[in-house]
Design a protein around this ligand. Structure first.
Ligand SMILES: Cc1ncc(COP(=O)(O)O)c(C=O)c1O
Length: 422
């Protein structure tokens, strides 16, 4: 047996990588916060042995559905009836009536023949894309340059040829497709709302390109389901084009307030994915209580249009308050409000300052979530944020803005160019 500490070589390789991201300022620090059920956006922050009450302004629980009393009671009653875990994969004793009802509800929401639930939106994207793309010989994947990591990993896992088109640039997409035979299999992969830029994909134009070139469309509606469209099915529903989207991906973890993800599509595609996708087959199915809560949440959101109305009213109110306070932000008409900072260390400093001095929480969004030089804080209003909470938040942001403005201007020219290009 070797006596010297040979494992230290492994650790030092990893530590070098960690030190690098610390040096660059995008080492991730997780804030320890407990949201208070029924009092959202209030939460308790645990910090250096103390606790304090804060307001959360960066959660993806867009409608506050995680605290909805009907959802909580559906989860409680499912757990009491069926137990906590599902006890198996979907194939080996892990399918319950809640899973089946949930998939029916999702299929109906998107007006597709069938749906399939996964443990997260990430695994839905990664494993569904990998299996679908792999099925087609010589498949060409066309992917928006700002697609989410789960889409990128799914495409990469298929090992097929990938062409990246500039963000939301349909002309570039067309250029790439010029000269590619109509009969060659192709899949266009994109998101309907890009959560870091807060902009919408030009869906109608993408559909036209897909039809002219014989391409399938895989659309990630993770940041749109529960919010947009008459039944809250997303942007494709809002624009009346859902029937032209071949595979819709969504999450149960954002506007629906729980955890889990899904795809909705035709019978054939869903049957294929459930039969071949390893990330669906070889994992324990979602807890029955999560399936029951998600089912309840979708039904509540569909019926309860006032929650969505008040959500959009609050988004408009926050934007107007920010404008009056002179705080610039990216506004492409969606519900997400990114404030560009352009430097990772400064982004973290501003976020810490807001939390420590004003008890308001917005997480710094740094590389690799966004390209270097376009670091930002990302504000997500909900129907639960009162006018008073908004005024307090905007005052805090204004204070931080004035304090850090001299440092910010250093990056202004730099990021103005970068933002245009993202
Ligand atoms: C665009 C996009 N797709 C997929 C996901 C993954 O969804 P989930 O959180 O359900 O895993 C995210 C997560 O934040 C996302 O932003």
């Amino acid at each position: 047996m070797k006596t010297h500490n040979w494992k230290s070589n492994y650790f030092s390789t990893l530590e070098t990588e960690i030190d690098k991201i610390k040096e660059e300022g995008h080492y991730r620090v997780f804030n320890n916060i407990e949201r208070k059920a029924g009092q959202y956006p209030k939460a308790t922050r645990h910090h250096e042995g103390n606790t304090e009450e804060i307001d959360v302004w960066c959660s993806n629980d867009y409608l506050g559905m995680s605290q909805n009393k009907h959802v909580i009671s559906a989860m409680q009653s499912a757990a009491e009836k069926l137990g906590a875990g599902s006890g198996g994969t979907r194939n080996i004793s892990g399918t319950t009536n809640f899973h089946i009802q949930l998939e029916k509800e999702i299929a109906a929401l998107h007006q597709k023949e069938r749906a399939l639930a996964f443990n997260s939106g990430y695994s839905a994207n990664e494993s569904a894309l990998k299996s679908i793309i792999s099925a087609f010989d010589n498949c060409l994947v066309l992917s928006d340059e700002l697609n989410h990591a789960s889409l990128i990993e799914g495409i990469r896992g298929s090992k097929k040829e990938k062409a990246i088109f500039r963000h939301n640039d349909v002309k570039h997409l067309k250029d790439i497709l010029q000269g590619v035979e109509f009969s060659r299999p192709k899949i266009i992969v994109l998101e309907s709302v890009y959560s870091m830029e807060a902009d919408f994909a030009p869906l109608e134009d993408v559909i036209e390109v897909a039809q002219d070139n014989g391409a399938l469309i895989y659309l990630d509606e993770v940041h749109a389901v529960g919010l947009y469209g008459p039944n809250a099915a997303g942007v494709a529903e809002q624009k009346g084009v859902a029937e032209h989207i071949d595979i819709i991906n969504g999450t149960l973890a954002k506007a629906f307030g729980l955890a889990g993800g899904y795809i909705a599509s035709s019978n054939t595609i869903i049957d294929f994915v459930r039969s071949f996708s390893k990330g669906f087959i070889f994992t324990t199915s979602m807890c029955p209580a999560v399936a029951a809560g998600s089912l309840e949440s979708i039904q509540q959101v569909k019926q309860n249009t006032e929650v969505r109305d008040s959500f959009f009213e609050n988004v408009t109110f926050v934007k107007s308050q920010l404008r009056s306070a002179g705080i610039p932000f990216l506004d492409s008409g969606s519900h997400i409000i990114p404030v560009l900072i352009g430097d990772s260390k400064l982004c973290k400093q501003i976020s810490d300052y807001l939390l420590d001095e004003h008890q308001v929480y917005v997480q710094p969004i740094n590389y690799p979530t966004v390209p270097k030089g376009t670091e930002r804080i990302r504000i997500t209003p909900t129907p639960c944020h009162s006018e008073e909470a908004t005024e307090k938040f905007v005052e805090a942001l204004k204070d931080a803005w004035l304090k850090f403005m001299p440092l910010l201007s250093k990056f202004e020219n730099d990021f103005a160019g970068k933002v245009k290009s993202i």
